[in-house]
Design a protein around this ligand. Structure first.
Ligand SMILES: Nc1ncnc2c1ncn2[C@@H]1O[C@H](COP(=O)(O)OP(=O)(O)O)[C@@H](O)[C@H]1O
Ligand SMILES: N[C@@H](CCC(=O)OP(=O)(O)O)C(=O)O
Length: 384
């Protein structure tokens, strides 16, 4: 199937999910773990039932499933999610195979085939890798296979990890140009405050302003998830800002949600899709350093239209190379943007405060280029 990348999603509300051609569904560890900590096979089978109904009406589904680390705990004799990366990697290596084996069995009940697709952050943000990931997922979907995506936890290091599958799911939805994203966890909606603190459910989020005053807490009772509601709202925001409507609800309501019933919190899509590069910069990139600006440069960069020139930079912090993401802050330390820098950290100090003309004369034409181009700048927390 080929779609224009600018094509708006035909899904305008919950009921519109019935018209979706392609959706991404993400399920969290907390919904796949049984009370004693192992993998809940019943939960895997219930999800398959709900997805089978969607597939049966001709909608393509990419499933992003967490649960590898949780599934690997019991076989390794561990009682809780380990803190150190090496043991997390080991648990994921053991658990991922078990997880996919359960999905294979569950989907085979309706004669369906699944594929395991493990991704790292680089696979989704570097252009060449991005094309590879797209081609593979698109082909699997065309073949009628259900791709089951997870982060490649057994090899991912802290630097290249997404860390949570909520944001991974939002990027995958973007990659495959999904018509909608559905995030399933152990809570039926986004609440005004953590449910344990007496919040009330939110039905619809039309813009970031609707989230003002909302308290997003960390993980719930099971303690196997990561990120809690914060990463789900970030993911839903990435989805909505890139033109993909997103529903946040519980795995126990998956069947109702996917039938278009009035459950969960619905994040309305904005018209048009924002480039993934900018969404990645704003929400995901691990920055390598910081550029500190004078007030004039803060105003210029803050306008969202002007590139950052050496003349407006007063200090450079950190070790970075040309092309790396960096934070862009005012003299008071407030970060106003993130951007891809065009110089190595050690090239910048002698350039600071200098006009483009002076740089050309002193250092040569190569140093005329802007420090961060406007197209490579993402304002942080901007209400677009
Ligand atoms: N404002 C809020 N609304 C809803 N849930 C919240 C909120 N703040 C914190 N939470 C908690 O977030 C948890 C879901 O996150 P998490 O455990 O990471 O799920 P998953 O493993 O499905 O990704 C819920 O159990 C809930 O207790
Ligand atoms: N990739 C990890 C899951 C990380 C994660 O995002 O977990 P969750 O918050 O439960 O969706 C795993 O499979 O264990």
């Amino acid at each position: 199937m080929s779609r224009g990348s600018g094509r708006p999603s035909p899904v305008k509300d919950r009921a519109g999910l019935l018209q979706a051609k392609r959706i991404v569904v993400k399920i969290g560890s907390s919904s796949l773990s049984s009370v004693d900590g192992g993998l809940d096979v019943g939960a895997v089978e219930r999800l398959e039932e709900a997805l089978n109904a969607v597939l049966a009406r001709g909608t393509q589904v990419v499933l992003v499933s967490s649960g590898a680390i949780a599934a690997g705990l019991a076989p390794l004799g561990l009682e809780r999610r380990p803190r150190d990366l090496a043991t997390q990697q080991a648990a994921a290596g053991v658990g991922q195979g078990l997880l996919v084996a359960h999905y294979s069995r569950a989907f085979a009940r309706h004669g369906r085939t699944v594929a395991q697709v493990l991704l790292t952050a680089d696979d989704l943000v570097r252009r060449t890798h991005y094309a590879n990931a797209y081609r593979s997922l698109d082909k699997l979907l065309a073949l009628g296979v259900v791709p089951i995506v997870n982060e490649n936890d057994a090899v991912a290091t802290h630097e290249i990890r997404f860390g949570d599958n909520d944001r991974l799911a939002a990027l995958v939805a973007n990659l495959v140009k999904a018509d909608a994203l559905v995030l399933l966890s152990d809570v039926d909606a986004v609440y005004t405050a953590p449910p344990s603190a007496g919040g009330t459910p939110l039905r619809t989020i039309s813009s970031p302003a609707d989230l003002e005053g909302v308290t997003l807490g960390s993980i719930g009772r099971a303690g196997v998830g990561t990120g809690g509601m914060v990463t789900k709202v970030q993911a839903a925001t990435i989805g909505a800002q890139s033109g993909i409507p997103t529903l946040v609800t519980s795995a126990t309501l998956a069947a109702e949600a996917l039938r278009g019933e009035e459950v969960g919190t619905w994040f309305e899509a904005r018209r048009g899709r924002r480039p993934l590069r900018l969404l990645w910069l704003e929400h995901l990139a691990t920055t390598r350093g910081r550029l500190v600006l004078d007030d004039g440069a803060v105003a210029a960069v803050g306008s969202g239209k002007r590139s950052l020139l050496a003349a407006g930079i007063v200090a450079v912090e950190g070790e970075f190379a040309s092309g790396d993401p960096v934070e862009i802050a005012g003299a008071d330390g407030t970060v106003l943007a993130r951007g891809l820098v065009n110089y190595d950290a050690d090239e910048l100090p002698e350039m600071l405060g200098q006009s483009t003309d002076a740089l050309r004369e002193r250092l040569g034409a190569h140093y005329e280029r802007v420090v961060v181009h406007a197209d490579d700048l993402a304002l942080v927390g901007a209400k677009r």
